[in-house]
Write a protein that binds this ligand. Structure first.
Ligand code: ATP
Length: 255
């Protein structure tokens, strides 16, 4: 069976006392407030919480797209802050995949070229068999010669998912990957992310607002005001809805 670069049971990424502060003094916003969390390899983890609770900030810091003001972030055993620019570029390129809400495909390239672009840039030779496996798993073979403008949002996001997995990264981060999609197209993306974990051993961390999306995962981490306030294993839509309701301010006085 094909597998990605993760070892089951290992920690794929971790933050230790990570804080992110925007602004100073009375105007300071603690987007992350002393967050210590592990993400297990070969698991599908959701990050949830009210708007502004720090979900994107956490995932961007874990993916080395952003840096915490204090504390540490590890991808595998590597503490990100110890890397120089070249090391950071290599880590982002070789170990991290990212799926954005807005797909972020290159408009002038075909689907196939978009999928292979990160490997081209890295000078890595794509594994033909793995390419076929990923393309078939996302079900996008009939759109490979098309450009993004000729694809639906769901098709573009499938290409983006294939691109994220193509280099067999240690970890894939997805920030609201179904946020722009209808429920059918969204379900296809979620089924693919689930399958990439179950069948290929990929590690996936997904920010979502959607309790149905969260029910595809193995574990939900809940954030509020930049802090981890709980987690749920084997989440169901109903249980996630109940937890989310408990996290919302009950009335404007609580805000
Ligand atoms: N560049 C920035 N400058 C100042 N404040 C910021 C910046 N980025 C984020 N914030 C603030 O940090 C907090 C956390 O933002 P973040 O985007 O991580 O939250 P989120 O949970 O992902 O929100 P949403 O669900 O609305 O996308 C918010 O209060 C936000 O306004």
């Amino acid at each position: 069976m094909h597998s990605t670069g993760t070892t089951p049971g290992a920690v794929a990424a971790r933050t230790v006392g990570a804080s992110k502060v925007y602004g100073r003094g009375d105007a300071a916003i603690h987007a992350l407030d002393d967050v210590t969390v592990d993400v297990a390899a070969s698991e599908f983890t959701a990050v949830m919480g009210p708007s502004g609770s720090g979900k994107s900030t956490l995932v961007h810091c874990m993916a080395a797209l952003d840096t915490p003001t204090s504390g540490s972030v590890y991808i595998g055993d590597t503490e990100i802050s110890t890397l120089d620019d070249e090391g950071l570029t290599r880590l982002r390129r070789d170990q991290v995949g990212f799926v954005f809400q807005e797909y972020n495909l290159i408009p002038t390239l075909t689907g196939k070229e978009n999928i292979l672009l990160p490997m081209d840039i890295a000078g890595r030779k794509p594994d033909r068999e793995w390419y076929d496996t990923v393309v078939d798993a996302v079900g996008i073979r009939d759109r490979l010669a098309h450009r993004p403008a000729e694809m639906s949002g769901g098709q573009q996001q499938r290409i983006a998912c294939a691109r994220a997995l193509m280099g067999r990264p240690s970890i894939v981060f997805a920030d609201e990957p179904t946020g722009n999609l209808d429920s059918v197209a969204g379900a296809a993306i979620l089924a693919f992310l689930r399958r990439s974990v179950t069948d290929f051993g990929q590690t996936v961390v997904m920010v979502t607002h959607d309790p149905i999306a969260a029910s595809y995962t193995d574990r939900v981490i809940f954030l509020r005001d930049g802090k981890i306030v709980g987690e749920l294993r084997s989440p169901t839509t109903q249980l996630v809805m109940e937890r989310m309701a408990a996290l919302q301010p009950r009335n404007p006085v609580d805000v």
